[in-house]
Design a protein around this ligand. Structure first.
Ligand SMILES: Cc1cc2nc3c(=O)[nH]c(=O)nc-3n(C[C@H](O)[C@H](O)[C@H](O)COP(=O)(O)OP(=O)(O)OC[C@H]3O[C@@H](n4cnc5c(N)ncnc54)[C@H](O)[C@@H]3O)c2cc1C
Length: 484
């Protein structure tokens, strides 16, 4: 349905002309995020220069009942920033300044359009850095990271975005400005900052974020190890954790992912090895050296076929280049692919990989695996060719893999969010009552439902008349959690 002309005029009048884009050629650039299979061309894209402009744009949408979708860099992989047909996109790309660096208190205040890596770049000379490190960190924004509660390789030791944000200034869906959280960590009353973190643009738009900064570790040791099977590599991960070691990162890649990454960036991975692990330890030198020796011994014990230890910052960077390039590199070995994101208990890694391989074979499709092994956070990449008519089959397989993660006691998403992609799968993990509570929280922030509608929670319109039958989560069956 096209935008009502009166609403269109009111929203246009809320911002200077150069902050409103309605030329169909230019708005096409906003029609999807990283989940490129879904596309909706927005009628209007608003690109305000400051928080006051965002508030005016949102207030105009509110007065006219027009839905809006916040957008950062558009690297999201679950369709969170997918426009809604009768709404507008509000991009925070121009809110891209680091507003304040407080070295003594190890905090920085940044606008939402600042990229993840720019925060570290702005504070590195003080021996500080921002820990969450999604592989997309060169381009994704802190506003998007907050909305998705993004993770990354080093979140195993340091925690997700939520562990590194003190407070957010937010434009609520009625255009009012509030601060959630505070600059001293623990706050009185309910943790609304925590509610907002990971809410995927459904509760309002972040216009500034106060982030926590960490001191750069004294030393970092990184190794790349090859294994004869993914099961052997998985056992190494379990044994490292069982030994009481908390690595900064443990990442795993399988043959296909290695082949793609190596072809793209020539980082020194062994093409043809069934599995490779990147293990990184950081901290005080003595502790790091002693734990690193233990890690090497564990690798040897599980039949490691090649162990490469980064001997310089350049070699370490090369190892990470291979890992972080993996998603994009898969484009070299397949014309199209879906990036899945699910979690399983670490102890079930080998089992889930075996089942994924079987499901791939059954579907006649290849699946490459890259994942944050320490967290049990999988990223199966389902390879397909749209030109050969394989899209539906690939989409189905990708969805089955996400649901398999839930079946094995895990979760539908580790870090990429639910967005539009997995909204209809939510009933496989949550009961109707849980979803109703989530809806009530959403309505408390957004009673008229204009902030990123249709995302995260299943709607009858998108998912059929009724959500699927409730199935108890394995943790509930084991008596670890209960339904309220
Ligand atoms: C190659 C590649 C690698 C990736 N690796 C990782 C990884 O390791 N870990 C990980 O967690 N993710 C990863 N991602 C996914 C993605 O980069 C993250 O989800 C990121 O946080 C999205 O940021 P963005 O600025 O691109 O947000 P967008 O894609 O623009 O938006 C994402 C969601 O956030 C909302 N949003 C954006 N800005 C705001 C705002 N200011 N206020 C309120 N809501 C807002 C949008 O409405 C949408 O729902 C990867 C993506 C790619 C393409």
């Amino acid at each position: 349905m096209p935008l009502d002309p009166i609403a269109r005029a009111a929203i246009t009048a809320a911002l200077p002309p150069d902050e409103v884009v309605d030329d169909p050629v230019r708005t096409r650039a906003y029609e999807c995020d990283g989940l490129t299979g879904y596309r909706v061309r927005p009628e209007m894209v608003l690109i305000p220069r400051d928080a006051a402009g965002v508030a005016r744009a949102v207030a105009a949408c509110h007065r006219n009942g027009v839905p809006f979708v916040a957008r950062g860099a558009g690297t999201g992989l679950s369709g969170g920033a997918l426009p809604v047909a009768d709404g507008v996109v509000i991009s925070v790309a121009r809110l891209n300044r680091v507003l304040e660096v407080d070295v003594e208190n190890r905090r920085a205040v940044v606008e939402p359009g600042v990229t993840n890596l720019e925060i570290t770049a702005a504070v590195a000379r003080h021996g500080l850095y921002f820990a969450p490190d999604p592989s997309s960190q060169q381009v994704c924004t802190i506003g998007g990271n907050v909305a998705e509660n993004s993770g990354g390789a080093h979140c195993l030791k340091y925690g997700f975005t939520t562990n590194h944000v003190y407070s957010c200034e937010v434009v609520l869906p009625d255009g009012s400005l509030v601060t959630l959280g505070g600059d001293t960590g623990e706050q009185q009353g309910p943790d609304l900052r925590g509610v907002f973190l990971g809410s995927e643009g459904t509760l309002g738009i972040t216009v500034s974020v106060t982030v926590k900064l960490l001191r750069t570790p004294e030393t970092v040791r990184t190794l790349l190890a090859d294994f004869p099977s993914v099961a052997a590599a998985g056992d190494v991960v379990s044994d490292i954790v069982a030994a009481g070691i908390v690595p900064a990162a443990v990442e795993m890649m399988d043959t296909l992912a290695i082949e793609a990454a190596e072809e793209a960036v020539h980082a020194g991975y062994t093409v043809g090895t069934p599995a490779a692990l990147v293990v990184e330890l950081d901290g005080p030198i003595e502790q790091c050296d002693s734990e690193f020796a233990q890690v090497k011994e564990i690798c040897d014990r599980h039949g490691c076929t090649r162990l490469h230890i980064a001997g310089s910052p350049e070699e370490r960077a090369a190892i990470w280049r291979g890992r972080k390039a993996a998603f994009a590199a898969v484009g070299r070995i397949s014309p199209d692919y879906f990036v899945q994101d699910g979690v399983v208990p670490r102890t079930r890694l080998a089992e889930v990989l075996q089942r994924i391989a079987e499901m791939g074979e059954e579907a006649g499709l290849r699946v490459a695996n890259v994942f944050h092994a320490g967290d049990g956070n999988l990223h199966p990449l389902v390879l397909y060719s749209a030109a050969k008519g394989e899209t539906e089959r690939a989409e189905h397989l990708s969805g089955r893999i996400a649901e398999l993660c839930v079946e094995l006691g895990g979760s539908l998403s580790g870090e990429h969010g639910i967005g539009m992609d997995k909204a209809c799968s939510m009933p496989t993990m949550f009961g109707e009552e849980d979803l109703a509570v989530m809806q009530r929280v959403r309505e408390a922030f957004d009673p008229t439902g204009i902030s990123n509608p249709g995302k995260v929670l299943p709607t009858p319109r998108l998912c059929g008349e009724r959500p699927g039958r409730y199935r108890a989560h394995p943790l509930e069956e084991a008596g670890v959690i209960e339904r309220l």
